[in-house]
Structure formats: structure tokens, C-alpha cells
Design a protein around this ligand. Structure first.
Ligand code: HEC
Length: 259
């Protein structure tokens, strides 16, 4: 009896809380859910589009890399995008990493090599904040995993800036209005512009195209082993199906003898 009274009161409490939450004023921090897009990499047979990954990598390099790192990526991982060893070496060599100590006990700088992790744009969070009006640009390697509906959210964020905040919405000097950023006031200026990059493969670089390509590239950095994982899953299912068939015929053979 006592437990059922307790359960009842908990249920009533929950119902009340839910009603209050539903009836309460729409909180300013709420952003609408990002519209769902079609991505080639979704679904059981989904694959990353290689050309889109390469274009997304180009936009990352030319536009985002000055503020956002990809600290879990090594330059040699770029071979999965279809780049040759020489291309990767040349790309890495544009960056400098600290190494050492040498035989005199001194640290020194050398050009980055394919085995090195992507070089960070800032020495630490403090330098990053100082350069960005107090806000720290987060690392992008796992961004599409770190946010709910990550790929759709990233695309919506990158294409969701408004030139002006709606009437009565206060923005500070270092904030911009974005439809999909929680709270709408984001400390990142709109990073994408029409023809902000000139694509190596000649694709017209609209803002939407750049956002799609970046989302494909950053979904790959978040889960580079996705295609292998999926094909492994298919192999496992085929293997199991095969044994179900074997077991079925075995059973028929055994029972035929018994009858
Ligand atoms: C000039 C520096 C700068 C550039 C260039 C830049 N960003 Fe940002 N970005 C920031 C800062 C600062 C923040 C943190 C914003 C905040 O806290 O309000 C941020 C935040 C983000 C976030 C996190 C949003 C969230 O939900 O928390 C994503 C995703 C992002 N940037 C993607 C990109 C991409 C993709 C590019 C390249 C097209 C890019 N940024 C270019 C400075 C930059």
C-alpha cells in the first residue's frame, strides 16, 4: 500500500513537472532541432563520398584550421582521403612541431612529418581565448559525435547565420546570431562565404556546398573506421546466415534418419 502511494505521488510529481516544463515560456537557450539532411554515409550501406571528403578537407585547411584543431588526426591518416605519400609529406611539412631534446639537451623545431599529429592552431586554451574575444574554438575531430544529430547540426550551424539579430535580441560586439546555436549568440563570425575557397576539382563553392563537404570530412574524422566497421558487420551477418543454412540441412538429415 505504502509503495503504491509513493509511486502514485512520484508519478503525479513527474506529470506536474512535465506540464510545467511544457507550459513554461520557450527558453531563450532553446534552438530548433537541425533539419535532417541526406548524407551518403548514413545507413547500413552508407559510405563517405571521397571527393566530398577532399573538398571538405580543403575548406577545413583554408578556413577553419586557423582557429580549430584536429588533435586526434595524424597527417598520415590523410591517405584515406586518397592522397599519396608525397602529397601528405608536402602538406605536413608546411607546419612546424617541437621536438627534442637534441644531444645538447635543447628542444628544437622541425617540419612536421606524416607520423605527427595535426599541429594545433594555438599553444593552449588561454592563447586561443585571447585571440577569439574570450571564447575558445573547440577541437573539431569529434565534433559530429559530440553534438546531438552531429552532422545535421554542423550543417545547420554553418548555414544558419543571420545578418541581423531579431528585434530585441541583444548581441555583444563579439557575438553573432545563429538560428541553430544553443542560445543563438555565438562568438564565431560566419566562417563560410560564397566562393570563399576555390575548389581544386572545380565544384562551385556555394556556402551550402562548403558546409556539406565540411560535414562529410568532419564526420569522417569522427569515425574514420566507419566503412570498415560496416563491411565487417555485413561479413558477420553472411557468416551467421551461412551457419543457419548448414544447421537447417543438418537437422533435416538427422531427423530423416530417425523417422
Ligand atoms: C576566427 C576563428 C574561427 C574560425 C576561422 C572558425 N571558427 Fe568555429 N569557432 C570559433 C570560436 C571562437 C568558437 C566558440 C564559439 C562560442 O563559444 O560562442 C567556435 C565554435 C565552433 C563550433 C562549435 C559550436 C558548438 O555547438 O559549440 C563549431 C562546430 C565550429 N566552430 C566549426 C567551425 C568550422 C567548420 C569552421 C570553418 C568553416 C570554423 N568553425 C571556423 C572560432 C572560429
Amino acid at each position: 500500500m505504502l509503495t503504491s502511494v509513493k509511486t502514485l505521488s512520484t508519478a503525479l510529481g513527474l506529470a506536474l513537472a512535465a506540464t510545467l516544463a511544457w507550459a513554461g515560456p520557450a527558453s531563450a537557450a532553446k534552438a530548433p532541432p537541425p533539419p535532417s539532411q541526406n548524407w551518403s554515409f548514413e545507413g547500413v550501406f552508407g559510405k563517405f563520398d571521397r571527393a566530398a571528403k577532399q573538398r571538405g578537407f580543403q575548406v577545413y585547411t583554408e578556413v577553419c584550421a586557423s582557429c580549430h584543431g584536429l588533435r586526434l588526426m595524424s597527417y598520415r591518416n590523410l591517405s584515406a582521403l586518397g592522397y599519396t605519400d608525397d602529397e601528405i609529406k608536402a602538406y605536413a611539412a608546411q607546419f612546424e612541431v617541437q621536438d627534442g631534446p637534441d644531444e645538447f639537451g635543447e628542444m628544437f623545431f622541425r617540419p612536421a612529418e606524416p607520423k605527427d599529429r595535426f599541429v594545433e592552431p594555438f599553444a593552449n586554451a588561454r592563447e586561443a581565448a585571447a585571440a577569439n574575444g574570450g571564447a575558445v574554438p573547440p577541437d573539431l575531430t569529434l565534433m559530429t559525435k559530440a553534438r546531438k544529430n552531429g552532422a545535421d547540426y554542423l550543417y545547420a550551424l554553418l548555414t544558419g547565420y543571420r545578418d541581423e539579430a531579431p528585434e530585441g535580441f541583444e548581441l555583444s560586439d563579439t557575438q553573432y546570431y545563429n538560428d541553430f546555436y544553443p542560445g543563438h549568440a555565438i562568438a564565431m563570425a560566419p566562417p563560410l562565404w560564397p566562393d570563399g575557397v576555390e575548389y581544386a576539382d572545380g565544384t562551385p563553392a556555394t556556402v551550402e556546398q562548403q558546409a556539406r563537404d565540411l560535414t562529410t570530412f568532419l564526420s569522417w574524422t569522427a569515425e574514420p573506421e566507419m566503412e570498415e566497421r560496416k563491411s565487417m558487420g555485413h561479413a558477420v551477418i553472411l557468416f551467421i546466415l551461412f551457419f543457419i543454412v548448414v544447421a537447417y540441412f543438418n537437422k533435416r538429415r538427422l531427423w530423416a534418419q530417425l523417422h
